[in-house]
Design a protein around this ligand. Structure first.
Ligand SMILES: O=C(CO)[C@H](O)[C@H](O)COP(=O)(O)O
Length: 227
Protein backbone atom coordinates (compact mmCIF):
# COMPACT_ATOMS: atom_id res chain seq x y z
CA UNK A 1 0.00 0.00 0.00
CA UNK A 2 1.30 3.47 -0.79
CA UNK A 3 1.05 6.44 1.60
CA UNK A 4 -2.30 7.60 0.21
CA UNK A 5 -3.84 4.16 0.66
CA UNK A 6 -2.64 4.17 4.29
CA UNK A 7 -4.18 7.62 4.80
CA UNK A 8 -7.45 6.34 3.37
CA UNK A 9 -7.32 3.28 5.65
CA UNK A 10 -6.89 5.33 8.84
CA UNK A 11 -9.33 8.03 7.70
CA UNK A 12 -12.12 5.51 7.10
CA UNK A 13 -11.33 3.55 10.27
CA UNK A 14 -11.68 6.65 12.46
CA UNK A 15 -15.34 7.12 11.46
CA UNK A 16 -16.15 4.02 13.55
CA UNK A 17 -15.55 6.22 16.62
CA UNK A 18 -18.20 8.78 15.61
CA UNK A 19 -21.57 7.96 17.11
CA UNK A 20 -25.00 9.48 16.35
CA UNK A 21 -25.70 12.66 18.30
CA UNK A 22 -22.05 13.62 18.77
CA UNK A 23 -20.52 17.05 18.27
CA UNK A 24 -17.42 16.25 16.23
CA UNK A 25 -14.35 18.36 15.52
CA UNK A 26 -13.31 17.89 11.92
CA UNK A 27 -9.58 18.42 11.27
CA UNK A 28 -7.78 19.43 8.12
CA UNK A 29 -5.53 17.71 5.60
CA UNK A 30 -5.45 14.87 3.10
CA UNK A 31 -6.01 12.12 5.71
CA UNK A 32 -8.94 13.99 7.25
CA UNK A 33 -10.39 14.43 3.76
CA UNK A 34 -10.88 10.64 3.59
CA UNK A 35 -12.50 10.68 7.03
CA UNK A 36 -14.92 13.47 6.09
CA UNK A 37 -15.82 11.71 2.81
CA UNK A 38 -16.66 8.51 4.72
CA UNK A 39 -18.57 10.44 7.41
CA UNK A 40 -20.57 12.25 4.72
CA UNK A 41 -21.39 8.91 3.10
CA UNK A 42 -22.60 7.41 6.38
CA UNK A 43 -24.65 10.53 7.18
CA UNK A 44 -26.28 10.37 3.73
CA UNK A 45 -27.03 6.66 4.23
CA UNK A 46 -28.59 7.41 7.63
CA UNK A 47 -26.06 5.20 9.46
CA UNK A 48 -24.89 8.16 11.57
CA UNK A 49 -27.62 10.59 12.64
CA UNK A 50 -27.85 14.04 14.21
CA UNK A 51 -24.17 14.88 14.34
CA UNK A 52 -22.81 18.39 14.35
CA UNK A 53 -19.40 19.15 12.87
CA UNK A 54 -17.09 21.92 14.06
CA UNK A 55 -14.45 22.49 11.42
CA UNK A 56 -10.79 23.53 11.70
CA UNK A 57 -10.53 25.25 8.31
CA UNK A 58 -12.65 26.81 5.60
CA UNK A 59 -11.55 23.91 3.33
CA UNK A 60 -13.00 21.27 5.63
CA UNK A 61 -16.10 23.40 6.21
CA UNK A 62 -16.78 23.44 2.47
CA UNK A 63 -16.19 19.71 2.05
CA UNK A 64 -18.44 18.84 5.01
CA UNK A 65 -21.20 21.23 3.94
CA UNK A 66 -21.12 19.87 0.37
CA UNK A 67 -21.59 16.37 1.80
CA UNK A 68 -24.63 17.42 3.86
CA UNK A 69 -22.93 17.35 7.28
CA UNK A 70 -24.42 19.97 9.65
CA UNK A 71 -21.75 22.48 10.66
CA UNK A 72 -21.75 24.88 13.59
CA UNK A 73 -19.38 27.64 14.55
CA UNK A 74 -17.16 26.74 17.50
CA UNK A 75 -18.73 29.49 19.59
CA UNK A 76 -22.20 28.05 18.98
CA UNK A 77 -21.39 24.81 20.81
CA UNK A 78 -20.41 24.47 24.47
CA UNK A 79 -18.16 21.44 23.96
CA UNK A 80 -16.92 19.02 21.34
CA UNK A 81 -17.19 15.29 22.08
CA UNK A 82 -14.43 14.08 19.79
CA UNK A 83 -12.07 15.77 17.35
CA UNK A 84 -10.44 13.74 14.60
CA UNK A 85 -7.45 15.41 12.97
CA UNK A 86 -4.26 14.58 11.09
CA UNK A 87 -0.69 15.24 12.23
CA UNK A 88 2.67 15.77 10.57
CA UNK A 89 4.84 14.05 13.19
CA UNK A 90 4.13 12.14 16.41
CA UNK A 91 7.01 11.35 18.76
CA UNK A 92 7.39 8.27 20.97
CA UNK A 93 5.85 10.20 23.88
CA UNK A 94 2.81 11.31 21.81
CA UNK A 95 3.84 14.92 21.28
CA UNK A 96 3.05 16.28 17.84
CA UNK A 97 3.80 18.73 15.07
CA UNK A 98 0.78 19.93 13.12
CA UNK A 99 0.13 22.70 10.65
CA UNK A 100 1.55 21.24 7.45
CA UNK A 101 -1.80 22.15 5.95
CA UNK A 102 -1.71 25.64 7.46
CA UNK A 103 -4.65 25.21 9.85
CA UNK A 104 -2.73 24.97 13.15
CA UNK A 105 -4.44 27.88 14.93
CA UNK A 106 -8.02 26.75 14.44
CA UNK A 107 -6.91 23.14 14.95
CA UNK A 108 -5.47 23.96 18.37
CA UNK A 109 -8.55 25.98 19.39
CA UNK A 110 -10.86 23.10 18.38
CA UNK A 111 -8.60 20.54 20.13
CA UNK A 112 -8.69 22.61 23.33
CA UNK A 113 -12.51 22.58 23.30
CA UNK A 114 -12.66 18.80 22.80
CA UNK A 115 -13.29 16.10 25.38
CA UNK A 116 -11.24 13.68 23.28
CA UNK A 117 -8.76 14.13 20.46
CA UNK A 118 -7.85 11.43 17.96
CA UNK A 119 -5.08 11.80 15.36
CA UNK A 120 -5.13 9.78 12.18
CA UNK A 121 -1.79 9.22 10.44
CA UNK A 122 0.02 6.85 8.17
CA UNK A 123 2.98 5.05 9.77
CA UNK A 124 5.58 7.40 8.22
CA UNK A 125 4.46 10.11 10.71
CA UNK A 126 5.69 8.20 13.77
CA UNK A 127 9.14 9.45 14.79
CA UNK A 128 11.47 9.07 17.74
CA UNK A 129 11.99 12.83 18.21
CA UNK A 130 10.12 15.78 16.65
CA UNK A 131 11.75 18.22 14.27
CA UNK A 132 12.53 16.61 10.93
CA UNK A 133 9.22 18.07 9.74
CA UNK A 134 9.51 21.90 9.57
CA UNK A 135 7.73 23.44 12.56
CA UNK A 136 5.07 25.98 11.46
CA UNK A 137 4.48 29.16 13.43
CA UNK A 138 1.58 31.47 12.59
CA UNK A 139 2.47 35.18 12.67
CA UNK A 140 0.36 38.27 12.19
CA UNK A 141 1.33 40.22 9.04
CA UNK A 142 2.22 43.46 10.90
CA UNK A 143 5.95 43.32 11.63
CA UNK A 144 6.21 39.73 10.38
CA UNK A 145 9.59 40.36 8.74
CA UNK A 146 10.99 41.40 12.14
CA UNK A 147 9.73 38.15 13.68
CA UNK A 148 11.33 36.26 10.77
CA UNK A 149 14.65 38.06 11.37
CA UNK A 150 14.60 37.25 15.08
CA UNK A 151 13.95 33.58 14.34
CA UNK A 152 16.83 33.63 11.86
CA UNK A 153 19.18 35.17 14.44
CA UNK A 154 18.24 32.41 16.87
CA UNK A 155 19.38 29.86 14.27
CA UNK A 156 15.92 28.41 13.70
CA UNK A 157 16.31 28.47 9.88
CA UNK A 158 12.96 30.08 9.03
CA UNK A 159 11.33 30.05 5.60
CA UNK A 160 8.12 31.74 4.55
CA UNK A 161 5.24 29.40 3.69
CA UNK A 162 4.38 30.31 0.10
CA UNK A 163 1.30 29.98 -2.09
CA UNK A 164 2.73 30.36 -5.58
CA UNK A 165 4.68 33.62 -5.57
CA UNK A 166 2.66 35.09 -2.65
CA UNK A 167 3.07 34.44 1.05
CA UNK A 168 0.55 31.82 2.20
CA UNK A 169 -2.41 33.27 4.14
CA UNK A 170 -4.20 31.30 6.85
CA UNK A 171 -7.97 31.38 7.48
CA UNK A 172 -7.19 34.24 9.91
CA UNK A 173 -5.29 36.05 7.13
CA UNK A 174 -1.97 35.52 8.94
CA UNK A 175 1.36 34.25 7.55
CA UNK A 176 3.15 31.02 8.35
CA UNK A 177 6.89 30.75 8.96
CA UNK A 178 8.33 27.22 8.88
CA UNK A 179 11.30 26.49 11.16
CA UNK A 180 13.79 23.90 9.89
CA UNK A 181 15.10 22.63 13.21
CA UNK A 182 16.21 19.11 12.39
CA UNK A 183 15.67 17.75 15.88
CA UNK A 184 13.82 19.33 18.83
CA UNK A 185 15.41 18.32 22.15
CA UNK A 186 12.97 20.13 24.43
CA UNK A 187 9.62 20.79 22.71
CA UNK A 188 8.07 22.32 25.84
CA UNK A 189 10.69 25.07 26.28
CA UNK A 190 10.69 25.76 22.55
CA UNK A 191 6.89 26.13 22.57
CA UNK A 192 7.11 28.47 25.60
CA UNK A 193 9.83 30.56 23.97
CA UNK A 194 8.02 30.90 20.64
CA UNK A 195 4.58 31.70 22.05
CA UNK A 196 6.12 34.58 24.03
CA UNK A 197 7.61 36.23 20.95
CA UNK A 198 5.38 39.17 20.07
CA UNK A 199 3.76 38.65 16.67
CA UNK A 200 3.60 34.85 16.91
CA UNK A 201 -0.01 33.81 17.34
CA UNK A 202 0.45 30.04 17.66
CA UNK A 203 2.92 27.26 17.01
CA UNK A 204 2.48 23.83 15.45
CA UNK A 205 3.77 22.11 18.59
CA UNK A 206 0.79 20.16 19.97
CA UNK A 207 1.98 18.99 23.38
CA UNK A 208 -0.13 16.70 25.57
CA UNK A 209 -3.14 17.22 23.32
CA UNK A 210 -3.97 13.79 21.92
CA UNK A 211 -5.77 10.83 23.50
CA UNK A 212 -5.71 8.20 20.75
CA UNK A 213 -3.86 7.76 17.48
CA UNK A 214 -4.96 5.54 14.62
CA UNK A 215 -1.98 4.55 12.50
CA UNK A 216 -2.45 3.22 8.99
CA UNK A 217 0.00 0.32 8.56
CA UNK A 218 0.62 -2.38 5.95
CA UNK A 219 -1.07 -4.81 8.38
CA UNK A 220 -4.19 -2.67 8.88
CA UNK A 221 -5.10 0.15 11.25
CA UNK A 222 -3.41 0.15 14.66
CA UNK A 223 -4.76 2.14 17.65
CA UNK A 224 -2.33 3.72 20.12
CA UNK A 225 -3.58 5.21 23.40
CA UNK A 226 -1.71 8.24 24.64
CA UNK A 227 -3.58 9.15 27.81
O1 LIG B 1 -2.04 19.87 10.66
C1 LIG B 1 -2.58 19.70 9.59
C2 LIG B 1 -3.14 20.81 8.80
O2 LIG B 1 -2.84 22.05 9.35
C3 LIG B 1 -2.72 18.35 9.03
O3 LIG B 1 -3.50 17.59 9.89
C4 LIG B 1 -1.35 17.73 8.87
O4 LIG B 1 -0.59 18.57 8.04
C5 LIG B 1 -1.42 16.33 8.25
O5 LIG B 1 -1.88 16.44 6.95
P1 LIG B 1 -2.01 15.21 5.97
O6 LIG B 1 -3.07 14.33 6.51
O7 LIG B 1 -2.37 15.83 4.64
O8 LIG B 1 -0.68 14.50 5.90
Amino acid sequence: MDQNALKEQTGKESVKYIKSGMIVGLGTGSTVKYMVDELGKQVQEGKIKDIIGVTTSSRTAKQATDLGITIKDIDDVDHIDLTIDGADEISDDFQGIKGGGGALLWEKIVANASNKVMWIVDESKLVHKLGAFPLPVEVIPFGAQHVFNRLEKKGYKPTWRMDGDQKYRTDENNYIIDLHLGEIDDPKSLADELIHMVGIVETGLFLNRVNDVIVGTQNGPKVLHAR
